[in-house]
Design a protein around this ligand. Structure first.
Ligand SMILES: Cc1cc2nc3c(=O)[nH]c(=O)nc-3n(C[C@H](O)[C@H](O)[C@H](O)COP(=O)(O)OP(=O)(O)OC[C@H]3O[C@@H](n4cnc5c(N)ncnc54)[C@H](O)[C@@H]3O)c2cc1C
Length: 279
């Protein structure tokens, strides 16, 4: 059975960055991801100064292509103007997470780190000197042994569950719809516009004539099912809250979620670690 120093589960930004750092430290590392290809979704539209500095220290900013710098930030729709601070805290704005992941993926290629796709981790068994990882892949089920495993497999982390890490969960109280559209130009509201009754709408241009629409509304189900959402529902909610019609837009991507939160009770159990949203 093949044995690696570290298997990183998840080729999102956390897993890719970690794998590159481990490789630079001389570690034999491989990344497994269940998706056949990167998701290509815009998701996080930039990052703060500290993250930008970390990427710059590795020469990675130049791999990102064109992006904007700026001092404006927000947390949960509350605007921050970091330009009021003495030092420059400008961060990277308007950069799709898909481009960040592509840059990190190219870096791993250059470092010779394998990213094994269509590999879904389904089991972990800790032994005194390693972890046996079970997965399903293009050639069926398989196993690989590593000295350590890091779960960077996102908020719904399978690794966290398999390692038996207790997780505190805050149940959702409100839902949110997201769509990315072309062919319509609603008024930009990049950080979000608060509306009466705890409602909020966001419209962020994300390049190439595309913009991201987000609708927060206490009237939406707190546990929406992403697969059941239709663009007509998003367009209806947008019209109800803003008076603008996006009915004729082309929808590229739809997402629905609630404001649930979860926090792992431990970031390490034996030879299994958690990082990124998995933690
Ligand atoms: C619609 C949407 C909009 C968002 N907008 C923003 C935003 O504006 N700003 C912001 O800061 N953040 C935003 N986020 C959150 C941001 O995308 C995440 O915080 C970030 O992707 C977390 O990175 P990660 O590497 O920890 O995990 P992820 O990016 O979730 O990556 C996890 C990876 O693990 C893989 N995986 C999962 N299970 C397994 C398994 N069993 N075996 C193998 N592979 C597995 C998945 O395929 C995935 O590639 C958004 C997220 C979504 C969904």
């Amino acid at each position: 059975m093949k044995r690696t120093d570290v298997i990183v589960v998840g080729a999102g930004p956390a897993g890719l960055m970690l794998a590159g750092e481990l490789r630079l430290g001389g570690v034999d590392v491989a990344v497994h991801d269940r998706l056949p290809a990167p998701a290509g979704e815009s998701r996080a539209l930039g990052f703060n100064r500290r993250a930008a500095e970390s990427l710059d220290q590795r020469g990675l900013l130049s791999r990102l292509g064109e992006f904007r710098w700026g001092p404006m930030g927000h947390f949960g729709g509350v605007r921050f103007d970091l330009g009021m601070l003495d030092e420059d805290h400008s961060g990277v704005l308007g950069l799709s997470q898909a481009r960040t992941e592509a840059a990190l993926g190219g870096w791993l290629d250059d470092l010779g780190v394998p990213v094994r796709r269509s590999r879904e981790v389904t089991g972990l068994r800790q032994t005194p000197d390693g972890v046996v990882v079970s997965f399903t892949g293009p050639d069926g089920p398989g196993e690989e042994t590593a000295r350590y495993v890091v779960g960077c497999d996102g908020a719904g982390s399978t690794v966290r569950g398999l390692a038996g890490v207790p997780t505190r969960v805050w149940e959702p109280t409100r839902g949110m719809f997201t769509a990315e559209i072309t062919g319509a130009a609603p008024r930009p509201r990049p950080i979000g516009e608060r509306l009466p009754g705890g409602r909020m709408v966001v419209c962020t241009p994300v390049g190439a004539g595309r913009c991201r629409i987000v609708v927060h509304d206490p009237d939406l189900p707190a546990r929406p099912e992403p697969g059941a959402l239709t663009f007509a529902q998003v367009a209806d909610a947008w019209r109800r809250l803003t008076g603008e019609s996006i009915d004729d837009a082309d929808c590229q991507w739809l997402w629905a979620c609630g404001n649930a939160a979860a926090l792992a009770g431990e970031y390490r159990r034996g030879r299994v670690f958690l990082a990124g949203d998995a933690a």
